[in-house]
Write a protein that binds this ligand. Structure first.
Ligand SMILES: [Zn+2]
Length: 470
């Protein structure tokens, strides 16, 4: 058999995941994510797939994050007719994300066109895709539950295992059996962590992989402990009550928001913090929470216990509000007294969080709490770096708010956790590890760390370069 691997996105960077396994001339796409970053660069990268759509024989989607599923509708628009394999929860989350992206692009196009018209400039930007393309992408999805191996091609089977990253997230185990030969490839997708509050821990797949395609987002970092993080959440909430300020939390609508809600719920329940109004101000986060409620097959035992046996809703309590309309969102500007707003997008690149930042970033009683990864060249990264002035919607604002950071809620394994996961697996057949989804500095550190821990055959995957697997 002839098996090759190459990457068309998230090679030496963290967004726009697109990898291809070529098995005896048949191409299988693993994830089809959108690149996020500065508009011009993102646009250029997103419009150039690097592979002819009619050469793709099947698509595997590891999870519903935008940087993994966000270009599926463009794939469909360009004529892809094949299956997209995903877990049922991923299908629902990806549907939400792709529809949201189509809406954002339509709104952006309208806004940019009106701006250009005002200035008398020419305007020719068109969205990558529309809602119909997103709907078509959902209709081509085939649900594959965890631990249910399924043939996706001649002698090629796919099995999903828990990745412990977000609801529905999976690592993809691909087995190729041809002419008496057998090859096992494990694609980690985004590798999660043990002990997250809602979903199960990353699985240890059986089947002794020959090759592992491994993400490396936190290849050079260790996360803080969750206990310290919950304590910090409590401290910030108490400080905010005292100074009658507000906490703005740019958060991904999926998983992180539900986790924050769950942690605030615990803190209020245990009497550690007073009942401070918490607003989840993101229609997508509200919809995502509904998806969480209908996928108990993804829950950890702990939350199953709370949710199913005791009929206690872990995603809702008295002081928690979900805003839906724009009016409700705007009304938060006039809210008197302490307040916590959790709003998307997680990297502050779009969404209602930008309006809240515009209204509060120059107020020293505001705390901007970052709880997730901020890619280079994003507004979120500039805020986290405490740049003196930041540009939002074309206007400059002084950063006078306090900026705090909690790293413990990360949905990605750090280098130590990733190696612990590898060590727990049967690696007796392992011939090589391919690192994707990481910035260069993190990958260089991780490669060394892997070598020191018994995994010397590690390569940092370069964009477009072909690697032999069998
Ligand atoms: Zn992800």
């Amino acid at each position: 058999m002839n098996v090759e691997f190459y990457s068309l996105g998230a090679a030496e960077e963290v967004t726009g995941s697109k990898h291809v396994l070529e098995i005896d001339g048949k191409s299988y796409l693993i994830d089809c994510g959108a690149f996020q970053g500065s508009r011009a660069e993102a646009d250029r990268k997103n419009r150039d797939f690097g592979i002819a759509v009619d050469r793709i024989d099947g698509t595997i989607l590891t999870h519903g994050h935008h940087d993994h599923c966000g270009l599926l509708p463009l794939l469909i628009k360009r004529g892809y007719k094949g299956n997209i394999f995903a877990t049922p929860a991923t299908r629902d989350i990806a549907s939400l994300i792709m529809m949201d992206s189509a809406n954002i692009q339509a709104r952006d196009a309208m806004y940019l066109r009106s701006q250009a018209q005002k200035k008398g400039e020419k305007f020719d930007w068109t969205p990558l895709y529309n809602e119909q393309d997103a709907i078509q992408a959902v209709s081509q999805m085939v649900g594959v539950s965890y631990n249910r191996p399924m043939y996706i091609g001649d002698g090629i089977s796919l099995e999903f295992h828990d990745a412990g990253h977000i609801l529905g997230s999976a690592m993809a185990s691909i087995t190729v059996k041809k002419g008496g030969e057998e090859l096992h490839i494990l694609a980690s997708g985004d590798l999660g962590r043990k002990g997250k509050p809602i979903i199960r821990d990353p699985a240890i797949p059986g089947g002794a992989p020959d090759y592992i395609i491994l993400e490396s987002t936190y290849g050079d970092r260790r996360h803080d402990s969750t206990d310290d993080a919950i304590e910090k959440l409590a401290t910030l909430a108490k400080r905010t009550v005292q100074n009658k300020g507000r906490i703005l939390i740019p958060s991904f609508a999926i998983e992180r928001t539900q986790e924050l809600v769950y942690y605030f719920h615990l803190l209020v329940d245990d009497g550690i913090i007073p009942e401070i109004p918490i607003f989840v101000d993101s229609p997508m986060a509200t919809n995502a929470t509904t998806i969480f409620q209908v996928h108990p097959e993804c829950y950890s035992e702990e939350i199953k216990d709370a949710f199913i046996k005791h009929h206690k809703n872990p995603f809702g309590f008295n002081s928690l509000h979900f805003t839906t309309s724009v009016q409700e969102s705007k009304a938060l500007n006039d809210h008197k007294g302490p307040l916590i707003i959790i709003s998307a997008d997680g990297m502050c690149e779009a969404g209602r969080i930008q309006h809240h930042l515009i209204h509060n970033i120059q107020d020293p009683n505001t705390t901007i709490l970052t709880v997730g990864y901020m890619a280079e060249n994003t507004l979120g990264r500039r805020i986290r770096n405490r740049e003196g002035e930041v540009k939002i919607h074309g206007q400059w604002f002084k950063l006078k708010a306090q900026v705090e950071e909690i790293n413990a809620f990360s949905a990605h394994a750090d280098y130590f956790e990733a190696v612990e996961w590898l060590k727990a697996m049967d690696t007796s057949r392992l011939k090589g590890i391919f690192l994707v989804h990481g910035e260069k500095k993190a990958q260089a550190f991780f490669k060394n760390y892997l070598a020191e821990n018994g995994f010397p055959n590690t390569q940092i995957v370069q964009y477009g370069k072909t690697y032999e697997m069998g």
